[in-house]
Ligand binder design. Structure first.
Ligand SMILES: NC(=O)c1ccc[n+]([C@@H]2O[C@H](COP(=O)([O-])OP(=O)(O)OC[C@H]3O[C@@H](n4cnc5c(N)ncnc54)[C@H](OP(=O)(O)O)[C@@H]3O)[C@@H](O)[C@H]2O)c1
Length: 340
């Protein structure tokens, strides 16, 4: 089988395909022949040496796969063999065979393709935790979604519209028409417009009830300011730390110094009627039962056509390097995948 390794911290060219023996499922695990693997921004930060959660380099990244079970370990119901599935992986997903514990596995419903399934776990579980579990978005409220053209962004826009909210999104200008077509109500080109000023204009000065922000740094400061009373700021990433394709100490420090370390304090939160929260799906492994519950709800929404992963582009396995360039060149609208 083949795996894609991050061989050292650096630009996309450090990704290398290597052959390895097929992994054997341990007790409680199944082996999946992978047809599609999700590419996430966390993989990019990891490749740049900016992701503390990732095991030390060299490492095979990858948080999610879809394919078919071809072997089961001891203690696993043999009925799983031959089933079409998707799974969350704790790294190692950039491979054409992976072994995963049974509790990280979901059966794929009839009609769900492997690429569609591989686009669900990270993007939709994260969006669900942000909007529903912690953000409590309600009908009639307004949510500002940063990077609304990204994988999480598109998923969040779809769920927010389903909940009956108004969606304002930030994205590069070239993506606006397509994002409008998938339901984003108002778009802000944050590279030429100040999103704080523009959001105020779009909401007649009131602000929004929820902000989803994985840009980080200074962006969180502005996001907090544009919360309407009862508004919540959900923080879940630091894309701003990745200004180029290699690690930049300057960009990292700029992001760090932009963080509103002192703006949110208990008294300011009380007096402003605002809330702040953080989300890191990668730190929810001890809460897998709950995450699985979100997955079950999302599968129901898939059956209703609400969860509809948008695939920006599928790259061949050996084109992982181009897949990373594609995202860092800000060209994706929706999910980027590797397919075998
Ligand atoms: N905490 C969690 O559990 C969790 C889970 C998933 C993702 N995340 C975070 O959420 C963010 C989005 O993830 P994703 O996988 O949805 O992203 P993605 O699909 O890879 O989206 C990339 C898009 O983000 C925008 N962007 C903003 N700043 C960027 C930068 N410095 N470099 C390149 N692109 C940038 C670009 O779109 P525009 O130019 O149109 O803005 C780009 O097309 C990332 O920060 C990621 O780490 C967090």
């Amino acid at each position: 089988m083949r795996q894609i390794w991050i061989t050292r911290a650096g630009p996309p060219e450090v990704l290398e395909v290597k052959e390895a023996p097929d992994p054997q499922p341990k007790a409680g695990q199944v082996r999946i022949r992978v047809e599609a693997s999700g590419v996430n921004f966390a993989d990019i930060l990891g490749r740049m040496g900016l992701y503390p959660d990732m095991p030390p380099i060299p490492v095979v990244p990858g948080y999610e796969v879809a394919g078919r079970v071809d072997a089961v370990g001891d203690g696993v119901d043999p009925v799983w063999a031959g089933r079409d599935v998707f799974a969350m992986t704790r790294f190692g997903g950039y491979a054409d065979a992976v072994c995963v514990p049974i509790n990280q596995l979901f059966a794929r419903p009839a009609g769900m393709s492997a690429p569609e399934a591989a686009a669900i776990p990270v993007n939709y579980f994260t969006a669900w935790q942000l909007l529903v579990v912690m953000g409590s978005l309600k009908r009639g409220e307004t949510v500002l979604v940063h990077s609304v053209g990204g994988g999480v962004g598109v998923a969040a826009a779809r769920i927010a519209k389903h909940l009956g909210a108004r969606v304002i999104g930030t994205a590069s200008a070239g993506k606006h028409a397509e994002l409008r077509a998938i339901g984003v109500d108002d778009l802000i080109d944050y590279r030429t417009e100040d999103f704080e000023t523009r959001t105020r204009e779009l909401t007649n000065g009131r602000g929004v009830e929820l902000v989803l922000d994985a840009v980080g740094g200074d962006s969180w400061k502005k996001g907090y300011r544009i919360l309407a009373p009862t508004g919540r700021l959900g923080m879940f990433g630091v894309s701003a730390a990745a200004s180029g394709k290699e690690r930049s100490v300057v960009a990292f420090l700029r992001m760090l110094t932009g963080i509103p370390w002192f703006q949110f304090n208990p008294l300011s939160l009380i007096n402003a009627n605002k809330g702040v929260f953080g989300v890191n799906l990668g730190h929810m492994w001890r809460e897998l039962d709950r995450v699985r519950g979100w997955g079950d709800q999302l599968l129901e929404l898939w059956a209703q056509g609400v969860v509809k992963p948008k695939i920006a582009r599928s790259f061949k396995f050996e084109e992982a390097e181009q897949a990373h360039h594609f995202i860092q060149d800000r060209r994706n609208i929706g999910k980027v995948l590797l397919v075998s």
